[in-house]
Design a protein around this ligand. Structure first.
Ligand code: NAD
Length: 495
C-alpha cells in the first residue's frame, strides 16, 4: 500500500531556495512570491521559501482531503505503527541534519538540538504505540428489548496545524505524529521565522513512504497562509501553538466550518523557591528555566518568587551562574545560549528591559544587546536578572519571550500562591522545597497545566501538556491528545 520512495535528503542549509511540499510534490507558490529566512547568529541568508497564499492552502487542503478518502484513513493499525517506527528510525539517521537545521534557522545551540533527539524520536515511537491502542466501548443501555450499543473511534479528517519558531522539530512532530497514528491527514504551516526543518521533515516523510497528500507543508506568513488555513471550510480540526493574541484569531476563524480547536498559547510561569530548597540544585535549574532557548520558551519560569530568608543569597548565586554562561553562535559546540530568532524579537525584548529599568526594578546583571566582535551581526541578548520587581510591573505580567528573569520576594507560602496565580496565564509553574507535604499543597493550589517540583522543563510524550486560563485548551501528549484527533461514533444494533 505504501509507495517505495527513497528521496535523498537535501542539504539542510544551502543558501538556495526550498519549495514547499503539497500532495507529495515539491512546489512553488502560485503567487511566485518568496520569503527569506536568515541565521539569527550572523544575519546570513539561509534560504528562500515560497510565500504561500490562500490558493496554495486550498491546494494543500484538497490534497489532504483526497488522501483522507483514499486508503490512508482505513489503513490497519499495524501498518500505521510500522510507518511511524520507520519515520522514527529515519529521524535517528538524519538527526545531525535536523539539529543543524534547527540551530541555524532559529538559534538554539547545537548541544541542545542534538540532545532533543531522544525526545523527538521517543515521541514518534510513542505515537507508533498509540496507533494500535485506539479502542471503543460497549455500553449497557436501558432500552427495552435486545438493543446493543457500542462506540468506535474514527479519525476527524483534515487537520490544519500552525506552529511557532521556537521548537520547529518538536512542534511539527507533536502535530504530525498524532495525525499519522489516528489516520488523519495534515496541512502544517511553519513559522515564517523558522520554516526549514519542517521542510526537511517533509523529505523524511517522503523517504518513509508516507502516501502523497497525507502530510503537506505550506510555508508563508501568518496573515496569508496561516489565516487561510484557519479559515478553510474543509479543515476539520485546528491545532495551534503560538501567542495568545493569534490564538484568539484562530478561535474566531474556527467558526467557519466549524472546526474543533486545540490551543497551546503563551505563559508567564511562576517558579517558587522555598527557604528549605536544595539551592545547589535550584540555582542552575531556575536560571535555565528561563535562559533555555534564550528565553523563547512558552513555559519559561520567568516570575521567580524567592522566600525572604534566602532571597539575597539565591539572587547572588543566580547572577554568578548567569555571568558564567557562554553566549554565541549555536553551531559552536560549547555555546550554551544562542541568539534570539529575529531583529523584531530582539527589539521587543530590549523594550521590556527598558520598561523594567524605568518601572523601578533593579538590574542585577545583563540588560544589554551583545555586539562584541562576531556577535554584532546577530541578535544576542545578555542573560538578565531584575530584582525588586513588584507584582504589577509590566516585566512581571507580560510574556517577554527573552532571557529575562524577574525575581520577586515572598514572606509567606500562603501569599505566594495567590500571587503566583494572579496572572491571565496558566501554562506551567514550579516549586523547589525539601518538604514533600508542602510540595503537594503548593502543586495542587497552582493554576497551571504542568507543575514541576524540584525540577523544570520535564516533558514526555505520554504525559499531557497544555494550559489553564489564557494559555489555551486541549492537550498535547498522552491519551487525551489522541482523543482530540478522533471522532466518537455510537453504533446501535436493534436485534
Ligand atoms: P505567533 O502567534 O506570532 O505565531 C505563531 C504562528 O501563527 C506562526 O506560524 C504565524 O505565522 C502564525 N500566525 C500569525 N498570525 C496568524 C493568523 N492571524 N492566523 C493564522 N496564523 C497566524 O507566535 P510566535 O511569536 O511565533 O511564537 C511565540 C508564542 O508562542 C509565545 O507566546 C509562546 O508562549 C507561544 N508558544 C506556546 C507553546 C505552548 O505549547 N503553549 C509552545 C511554544 C510557543
Amino acid at each position: 500500500m505504501l509507495a517505495d520512495a527513497t528521496i535523498p535528503l537535501r542539504k539542510p542549509i544551502d543558501g538556495g531556495h526550498r519549495p514547499m511540499f503539497i500532495d507529495g510534490q515539491w512546489v512553488e507558490s502560485l503567487s511566485g512570491e518568496r520569503l527569506e529566512t536568515r541565521n539569527p547568529a550572523n544575519g546570513r541568508l539561509l534560504a528562500t521559501v515560497p510565500s504561500g497564499t490562500k490558493e496554495d492552502v486550498d491546494r494543500a487542503v484538497k490534497a489532504a482531503r483526497r488522501a483522507f478518502h483514499g486508503p490512508w484513513s482505513r489503513m490497519k493499525p499495524f501498518e500505521r505503527q510500522a510507518l511511524l517506527l520507520r519515520i522514527a528510525d529515519l529521524f535517528e539517521k538524519h538527526w545531525e541534519e535536523i539539529s543543524a537545521s534547527d540551530t541555524q534557522d532559529m538559534g538554539l545551540p547545537i548541544s541542545r538540538t542534538r540532545a532533543n533527539r531522544l525526545r523527538v524520536v521517543g515521541m514518534l515511537r510513542y505515537y507508533a504505540g498509540m496507533a494500535t491502542a485506539i479502542t471503543g466501548d460497549t455500553i449497557r443501555n436501558s432500552i427495552p428489548g435486545d438493543v446493543f450499543s457500542m462506540t468506535v473511534r474514527e479519525p476527524v479528517g483534515v487537520v490544519g496545524a500552525i506552529i511557532p519558531w521556537n521548537a520547529p522539530t518538536a512542534s511539527s512532530i507533536w502535530k504530525i505524529g498524532p495525525a499519522l497514528a489516528t489516520g488523519c491527514t495534515i496541512v502544517l504551516k511553519p513559522s515564517e521565522d523558522a520554516p526549514l526543518t519542517p521542510l526537511l521533515i517533509a523529505d523524511i516523510m517522503a523517504e518513509a513512504g508516507v502516501p502523497d497528500g497525507v502530510v503537506n507543508i505550506v510555508t508563508g506568513t501568518g496573515a496569508s497562509a496561516g489565516a487561510a488555513l484557519a479559515e478553510h471550510p474543509d479543515v476539520n480540526k485546528l491545532v495551534f501553538t503560538g501567542s495568545t493574541l493569534t490564538g484568539q484569531a484562530i478561535v474566531r476563524a474556527s467558526a467557519i466550518g466549524p472546526k474543533r480547536v486545540s490551543l497551546e498559547l503563551g505563559g508567564k510561569s511562576p517558579l517558587i523557591i522555598c527557604a528549605d530548597a536544595d539551592l545547589d540544585k535550584a540555582v542552575p535549574i531556575a536560571a535555565m528555566a528561563v535562559y533555555a532557548h534564550s528565553g523563547q520558551i512558552c513555559i519559561a519560569g520567568s516570575r521567580l518568587f524567592v522566600e525572604a530568608p534566602i532571597h539575597d543569597e539565591f539572587v547572588q548565586r543566580l547572577v554568578a551562574f548567569s555571568k558564567g554562561l557562554r553566549i554565541g553562535d549555536g553551531m559552536q559546540a560549547d555555546t550554551q545560549i544562542g541568539p534570539v530568532v529575529s531583529r523584531r524579537q530582539l527589539d521587543k525584548i530590549m523594550g521590556y528591559i527598558e520598561q523594567g529599568r524605568e518601572g523601578g526594578a533593579q538590574l542585577m546583571t545583563g540588560g544589554r544587546q551583545l555586539t562584541d566582535a562576531d556577535l554584532a551581526a546577530g541578535h544576542f541578548v545578555e542573560p538578565t536578572i531584575f530584582t525588586d520587581v513588584e507584582d504589577d510591573m509590566v516585566i512581571a505580567r507580560e510574556e517577554i519571550f527573552g532571557p529575562v528573569i524577574s525575581a520577586l520576594r515572598f514572606e509567606e507560602v500562603g501569599d505566594v500562591i495567590a500571587r503566583a496565580n494572579d496572572t491571565p496565564y496558566g501554562l506551567a509553574a514550579g516549586v523547589f522545597t525539601r518538604d514533600i507535604g508542602k510540595a503537594h499543597r503548593i502543586a495542587s493550589a497552582l493554576q497551571a497545566g504542568s507543575v514541576f517540583v524540584n525540577g523544570y522543563h520535564l516533558l514526555d510524550p505520554a504525559v499531557p501538556f497544555g494550559g489553564y486560563k489564557s494559555s489555551g485548551y486541549g492537550r498535547e501528549g498522552g491519551a487525551e491528545q489522541i482523543d482530540g484527533y478522533l471522532n466518537t461514533k455510537a453504533i446501535w444494533i436493534d436485534t
